[in-house]
Design a protein around this ligand. Structure first.
Ligand code: SAH
Length: 227
């Protein structure tokens, strides 16, 4: 899953990986995640982030910062992508739902780790651009749909894991319902215009939820189009 101009970015990508690993160690006391697994590291190494950022942001594609992707939305900071991916504990056989496709970068990271990814994006032009990009890059185990992700994706449920990459005022009940026993839901919860609480909800085999707060984060809001 690399492309012809990949070499040009190899050094920048290596430096970014080092930065993300250092940040993981530094925040480990708070997040409980002290290091990234080999699988997640490999996924971050193989997905070409420069293919997911707008042309005018190319120079910053491998900086550890979020970047604007148009329509007031952002591609998440690589460290946060790494952390959220690790928190999901993605199994190679897992079927994962992502809410907030955006650029498709997090989608690609997940797709390189699990069996199948379903991703929902409410802005049709972003959904279309992400689907095209993922297809061009050769990811065949991804489906993107333009819709309100607060409703999840009923037809494909239940999921082994669900990741929400926009901040919800409350955890959408549909997502909890669509999570398998034993599965994890990773989601930033809180109001706009201030930091939110990144949470992991674990549904145990009896269907009971355990919630853990991981880290203050800043995400664009999860917009509710439907009740
Ligand atoms: N994971 C993305 C981050 C995108 S930012 C990436 O790596 O690029 C969050 C995205 O969530 C935005 O594109 C926004 O349009 C989308 N979003 C907001 N509310 C949503 C909703 N209710 N359903 C689906 N997508 C939503």
């Amino acid at each position: 899953m690399t492309d012809g101009v990949d070499g040009k970015y190899a050094d920048a990508r290596r430096r970014l990986l080092e930065r993300v690993m250092a940040e993981t160690r530094e925040t480990g006391g708070v997040t409980g995640c002290h290091e990234l697994s080999e699988r997640v590291l490999r996924a971050l190494t193989t997905v070409p982030r420069h293919r997911f950022v707008p042309m005018e942001q190319l120079d910053l594609a491998y900086a550890d910062i979020p970047l604007p992707i148009g329509r007031g939305q952002t591609i998440s900071q690589p460290f946060i992508v790494a952390l959220m991916t690790e928190l999901l504990v993605p199994d190679p056989q897992a079927v994962v739902l992502e809410i907030g496709t955006g650029s498709g970068y997090q989608t690609a990271v997940l797709a390189s780790l699990v069996r199948q990814v379903y991703s929902v994006e409410r802005i049709p032009e972003l959904a279309e651009a992400a689907a095209r990009r993922l297809h061009e890059l050769g990811y065949t185990n991804v489906e993107v749909r333009a819709d309100d992700g607060g409703q999840g994706w009923e037809e494909q449920a239940p999921f082994d894991g669900i990741m929400v990459t926009a901040a919800a005022a409350e955890v959408p009940p549909a997502l909890v319902r669509q999570l398998k026993p034993g599965g994890r839901l990773v989601i930033p919860v809180g109001e706009q215009h201030r930091s939110q609480d990144l949470r992991v909800l674990h549904k145990n085999e009896q269907g009971v939820l355990e919630t853990r707060s991981v880290l203050p984060v800043v995400f664009v809001p999860l917009v509710r189009d439907r009740e």
